[in-house]
Design a protein around this ligand. Structure first.
Ligand SMILES: N[C@@H](CCC(=O)N[C@@H](CS)C(=O)NCC(=O)O)C(=O)O
Length: 192
């Protein structure tokens, strides 16, 4: 199996960490999706022009949600429950808004100006982080490896890109520090 991605993408990193923790060998293809050549590779496999993309022989999946479902099935592991799926949706919503904010910043916009688009993203980011802070200790959340991995990748990406401040959200901060000692986390550190 091949995983098209980049070392910096939090959505890609989730899959890489899950695969490492579950001893699943995946051939990671590191792309610079904004370079001309690597972009062609991504586009050839995903019309939505995003990473991650999983290629298993002639079968391709273009979204981390379907990729993890496929890998869990392949590994004979239980899929996420509906409640866990819903927590994943919240993590994804926060991560998607942060990606939008980063792309706007890279496009030269001041994302703190009082504009509808920025306000919506900034509100969503603040509210979803507060929500996750108050739910991550629930057994249904804690017991799900992929939710924990996805939350960690989100938080570490926030720190890496310096996108927002979650230092007042104590449960998130504790979780972030505790999760960081895993070898798979260090091996996939986007700063390396
Ligand atoms: N829903 C997708 C989101 C993936 C995503 O947003 N990937 C980012 C990298 S972190 C990307 O490829 N962005 C390119 C773009 O927005 O043009 C998933 O879960 O895989």
């Amino acid at each position: 199996m091949q995983l098209l991605g980049s070392t910096t993408s939090p959505f890609v990193r989730r899959i890489r960490i899950w695969a490492a923790l579950n001893n699943l060998p995946i051939d990671f293809i590191n792309l610079d999706i904004f370079s001309e050549q690597d972009r062609q590779t991504m586009i050839a496999h995903n019309p939505a022009r995003k990473i991650p993309v999983l290629i298993d022989h002639d079968f391709t999946l273009c979204d981390s949600n379907s990729i993890i479902r496929y890998l869990l099935e392949q590994a004979d592991q239980p899929l996420l429950s509906w409640q866990q799926e819903n927590y994943l949706t919240i993590i994804n919503a926060c991560n998607d808004s942060l990606v939008e904010i980063l792309l706007c910043q890279r496009s030269g916009f001041d994302t703190n100006t009082d504009k509808l688009f920025f306000n919506l993203q900034n509100e969503r980011i603040a509210e979803t982080l507060a929500y996750l802070n108050s739910h991550l200790l629930e057994p249904v959340f804690k017991s799900c490896e992929y939710l924990n991995i996805s939350l960690y990748c989100l938080l570490d990406w926030i720190r890496f890109r310096e996108l927002t401040d979650f230092s007042q959200l104590n449960n998130l901060v504790d979780f972030y520090h505790k999760f960081a000692d895993k070898a798979a986390v260090q091996q996939t550190d986007p700063r390396k």
